[in-house]
Ligand binder design. Structure first.
Ligand code: FES
Length: 242
């Protein structure tokens, strides 16, 4: 991890309060889907941790939801602005430890890191199946980037306004799998965890430092206390305690 200044290459609204931002700069240390960056926002003491959506040599992208004043200010950034970030943070998903017949499950703003994982798997010659869950049609994020890599995710919405009516777990009942990669809100992760024979689960947490120094994001696991920012955000099924 190091502190870097990245340049905003583009920013656009994806849907309602969700924005997509691309940067140029030195991103070569990013090594796994599921890692995140911690962004300094002028006037705010704490940085904002945001999952990486896509990365390549010299380029990185994120998608973030406006949830407060800090992310609101981020949404007002412009092309060419310099952004102070800590990059990369967290462990990310490890596909070398995954099963032979995996499924990828995302909820809400957990979709971008799952896209990053899906792209990585496609690059390895796999064609992963993806389930993306949202509350309603208003929340459904564009699936264009998945389609561009040959994936047509199953969409679920709570009210049935788009795709299958119900939860991501309802769609999981229609699938055969031996391993699950998941990212999304904690109630969704818990429900997916209860169905998954094995898997990796990416957690969100309130963070301060973002790199393991303050212990502010600690959680209990079967193997002792772990910091979501440093030892996670991806935890393995067998270590998770709810
Ligand atoms: Fe400081 Fe995780 S945010 S240890």
């Amino acid at each position: 991890m190091k502190r870097q200044y990245l340049v905003i290459e583009s920013i656009r609204r994806l849907k309602n309060d969700v924005y997509y931002m691309t940067f140029t700069g030195d991103c070569h240390e990013v090594s796994a889907p599921g890692q995140f960056i911690n962004i300094k926002v002028g006037g705010f003491y704490l940085r904002r941790p945001i999952s990486i959506c896509d990365y390549d040599i010299g380029h990185i992208s994120i998608a973030f939801k406006v949830v407060g004043a800090g992310t609101q200010k981020m949404a007002l950034a412009e092309k060419g602005d310099l952004v102070d970030v800590l990059i990369p943070l967290g462990n990310g998903f490890d596909v070398s430890k995954g099963g032979r017949n995996p499924i990828l499950v995302a909820g809400g703003i957990g979709v971008p890191p799952i896209y990053c994982l899906a792209k990585d798997m496609v690059g390895r010659g796999e064609k992963p199946r993806v389930i993306c869950g949202f509350n309603n049609a208003d929340d459904v994020l564009p699936m264009t980037k998945f389609n561009e890599i040959g994936i047509d995710p199953t969409i679920t919405t709570m009210d049935g306004s788009v795709g299958m009516k119900g939860l991501v777990t309802d769609a999981m009942y229609d699938e055969q799998y031996d391993y699950v990669y998941a990212c999304g809100p904690e109630p969704m992760l818990k429900a997916v965890w209860s169905l998954a024979p094995d898997g990796q689960f990416s957690f969100e947490a309130r963070m301060a430092c973002g790199f393991g120094a303050c212990m502010g994001c600690s959680c209990k696991t079967k193997y002792g206390s772990k910091r979501i920012c440093k030892d996670g955000p991806v935890l393995y099924r067998e270590e998770i305690i709810w």
